[in-house]
Design a protein around this ligand. Structure first.
Ligand code: AMP
Length: 288
């Protein structure tokens, strides 16, 4: 099924997908613009996640050009830690995205269930993210909306970056008013020009949240979070106990001057990652 879809995208003369090609299963979740269902392609029996987006919503927010561009970006990305977009089709009312199925769902749910992750789990996920982002940055793609809700897990516990980009810009205006600021780098909350280093900052935020269960600059109000981000008001609680090496990595990522943040390559070589990350890139539930 994946190779078939690729071929079809490269050759528009080939048969296009339609809803008739799929058997629709249980709903997997609900997003900003529609629902996601488990689905099986009838011929190959290949299991996918089908994301259904209502055109009306896309038109209302004038997102169609952006959606198309971002779908093209995501289709071109091939990395074990980037959720695959196999293809898409549409009917009068809806757009359907044929996505790789992430069996274990949102990483966020596992984080909430256990409160915080082990150092091994956290390091494995950070290493997977660093590798995926290095790949994306090489292709000049900056995600800018990496947060636990956008991170999914496959059946083996391998992390997959989802929601590639297009939801980013759709919410970017709202970020400053009602969305969460917690994952944004200082240059982004200040609306300054920014580059790929915003993703490195977010890795620092996520690493902290994986280990402590809450993001580092959480506050009662958006204004306070804003202030804490701008001051890099970072402190490490005494519980849960976290190793000095993990704190060292976090401190080297949460640096206000974006040019001084640890590079993705250096993250992968950091002693904490080297010591704790699973080289096979997987986290089993039993590690919890
Ligand atoms: P989204 O519209 O992308 O925010 O997706 C809404 C929810 O559907 C997510 O929070 C996930 O729980 C679920 N979901 C989305 N994509 C997938 C996928 N490829 N595999 C499994 N679950 C998914």
């Amino acid at each position: 099924m994946p190779s078939q879809t690729r071929r079809q995208n490269q050759n528009p003369q080939k048969k296009q997908w339609s809803l008739q090609d799929f058997e629709i299963g249980k709903p997997l979740g609900k997003g900003k613009f529609g629902r996601v269902y488990l689905a099986r392609e009838l011929k190959s029996k290949y299991i996918v996640a089908l994301k259904v987006i209502f055109k009306e919503q896309i038109e209302k927010y004038r997102l169609h050009h952006q959606l198309r561009r971002e779908m093209e970006i995501q289709t071109s990305l091939r990395h074990p830690n980037v959720l695959m977009l196999y293809g898409w089709f549409h009917d009068d009312e809806r757009i359907y995205l044929i996505l790789e199925y992430a069996h274990r769902g949102e990483l966020y749910r596992e984080l909430r269930k256990t409160g915080h992750l082990t150092e091994k789990q956290a390091a494995t996920y950070i290493a997977s993210l660093a590798q995926a982002l290095a790949y994306c940055h090489e292709k000049d793609v900056i995600h800018r909306d990496i947060k636990p809700e956008n991170l999914l897990l496959d059946h083996e516990g391998r992390l997959k970056i989802a929601d590639f980009g297009w939801s980013v810009q759709s919410t970017s205006k709202r970020h400053t008013m009602c969305g969460t600021l917690d994952y944004l780098a200082p240059e982004m909350v200040e609306n300054k020009a920014h580059d790929y280093a915003v993703d490195n900052w977010t890795l620092g935020i996520l690493c902290y949240e994986f280990l402590y269960g809450v993001p580092p600059f959480e506050a009662e109000s958006q204004t306070d979070t804003f202030r804490r981000i701008m001051k890099v008001d970072l402190s490490f609680p005494s519980t849960p106990q976290v190793s000095a090496e993990a704190k060292d990595l976090i401190s080297r990522l949460l640096v206000k001057d974006s040019s001084k943040r640890l590079s993705l390559q250096k993250i992968m070589e950091h002693p904490w990652i080297m010591k704790n990350a699973d080289p096979m890139d997987k986290c089993s539930k039993l590690d919890v």
